[in-house]
Design a protein around this ligand. Structure first.
Ligand code: ASP
Ligand code: MG
Length: 453
């Protein structure tokens, strides 16, 4: 058995779909389970529809919803027989009506909650997986759609829901095994889940990778394959600059560190389920065939820098806690407060009375800054990016740090953050310097290294 996850970003045209169908066909004998996320741009559009509705821009919301259904119908027109197209439309029209009601409801209330956003987002994965299952059947692949309501029960922490692991494990085995035993191919949506009360949830943007990893772990598959637009994981984000190179192998810990430091290619939770079981993960491209790839396993054979990360839209908050007269510093209350923050913190570092917290800019609200002022004086720096290098052991070997610091030369304002992790070194620099720094680091650790052999 294997799990194959296909990202929605890579489903833009009928050619993309033909290519993916071929890839699945080639792996037919390995008993694949297929995980599909929403088609290209669909989740973004659904979030936009929710936002437009809440701003009472009802007509624009309805128009965007109409475009979204048309996008799916065009695929159905091109790729399905009249009968299967009818099957698709029967169900899609129910979704369409529900979405229209949601838009009208939200326009009345004028506000949007995480729970409502999840409800909106769920349509992307439900439509995409339904359509994709029918297209597989049309292509003579015995696909069977398994909805998450049969197995992916989660907590009610909307937009970052946590699976109810024991129940999910049981239900996955109960629902997927019989389908596989019948030599059929289970197809299921990623990203979404459902509470025990039947309310849709999501596990965070881009979390279809995580769905695939949960299924793979509980079915004890031989390998989890994440098929993306790009050819595996690269030495830096190819969107930032274009002379990156493929990374052939990574350890679980390195991949986790990369995801935590902001590499978008892998959802950060993906690695967690496989750490215990040792199931390998392969990241490949469905667009470039045959594809380069990255193989992620428990092994940590070689040291050295594997990849450079860059996460933008980060704020740095520095809290200086006052000393007591006897020289003590009281950090317990501050630490307690930071621990209970519900929002994604990227990094916390403490030395003496100084604490640095890195947080997504959108979460660095005035309320948060005011709360932190209870613990000491607060410096809030916006417009920064977190740039880092990742690789097994590099945090333990000073040479890597020396090169990193050299690359920071000339940057007027930067904060070096290092020491806690054995497998990364990073710095917070002004956004405007980040691209330059990534290129410099890349030259330093990869190009010159390769050129001199
Ligand atoms: N469709 C969702 C998103 O765009 C989930 C995913 O792609 O993994 O975030
Ligand atoms: Mg995606």
């Amino acid at each position: 058995m294997i799990v194959m996850k296909f990202g929605g970003t890579s489903i833009k045209s009928t050619d993309d779909i033909h290519r993916i169908i071929n890839i699945i066909r080639q792996h037919r004998d390995e008993m694949p389970v297929v995980v599909i996320s929403a088609f290209s741009q669909v989740t973004n559009r659904l979030e936009k529809i929710a936002a437009l509705s809440a701003m009472k821009q009802t007509d624009s919301a309805h128009n965007t919803a109409r475009e979204l259904f048309e996008q799916h119908e065009q695929f159905a027109d091109a790729l399905l027989s009249p009968q299967r197209k009818k099957n698709f439309l029967d169900e899609a029209n129910v979704y369409k009506e529900q979405l229209q009601q949601l838009i009208d409801g939200l326009s009345l209330v004028g506000e949007v909650t995480a729970r409502t956003i999840d409800q909106f987002s769920s349509y992307g994965e439900r439509l995409g997986s339904l359509l994709f299952t029918l297209i597989m059947q049309e292509s003579d692949l015995p696909a069977e759609l398994i909805g998450v309501e049969k197995y992916l029960y989660t907590s009610g922490e909307y937009s970052r829901a946590v699976p109810l692991f024991d129940e999910v494990q049981n239900s996955i085995q109960k629902t997927f095994q019989p389908v596989l035993s019948n030599r059929c191919i289970p197809v299921t949506p990623g990203f979404i889940g459902i509470t025990k009360r039947g309310i849709w949830t999501t596990m965070g943007r881009e979390s279809s990778d995580y769905t695939a990893s949960l299924i793979g772990t509980y079915l004890a598959v031989k390998e989890e394959q994440l098929w993306k637009e790009v050819e595996g994981i690269r030495t830096a984000d190819p969107v930032i600059f274009n002379s990156t190179m493929p990374v052939e192998k990574l350890s679980y810990r390195e991949a986790l560190e990369l995801a935590n430091l902001g590499a978008k290619v892998l959802h950060s939770r993906t690695i967690l389920p496989v750490i215990e079981t040792g199931i390998p993960i392969r990241v490949l491209s469905s667009r470039v065939q045959p594809s380069g790839q990255t193989f992620i396993t428990a092994d940590t054979e070689d040291t050295g820098v594997k990849s450079i990360t860059c996460k933008k839209d980060i704020d740095l908050i520095r809290i200086s806690v006052p000393y007591h007269a006897n020289g003590d510093i009281q950090l317990a209350h501050l630490n307690q407060f930071i621990r209970t923050l519900p929002v994604g913190i990227h990094l916390t570092l403490q030395v003496g009375s100084e604490t640095v917290v890195l947080i997504d800019s959108k979460n660095a609200t005035d309320d948060l800054i005011d709360s932190l002022k209870r613990y000491g004086s607060v410096e809030h720096i916006t417009g920064t990016a977190l740039v880092g290098i990742v690789g097994e052991d590099i945090g333990r070997i000073p040479d890597y740090g020396i090169k990193f610091v050299e690359a920071l030369k000339g940057i007027q304002k930067g904060v070096l953050l290092s020491g806690a992790s054995p497998r990364s070194i990073c710095a917070v620099v002004p956004d405007s310097d980040s691209q330059n720094l990534v290129e410099k680091l890349h030259r330093e650790y990869f190009v010159s290294h390769h050129a001199t052999g």
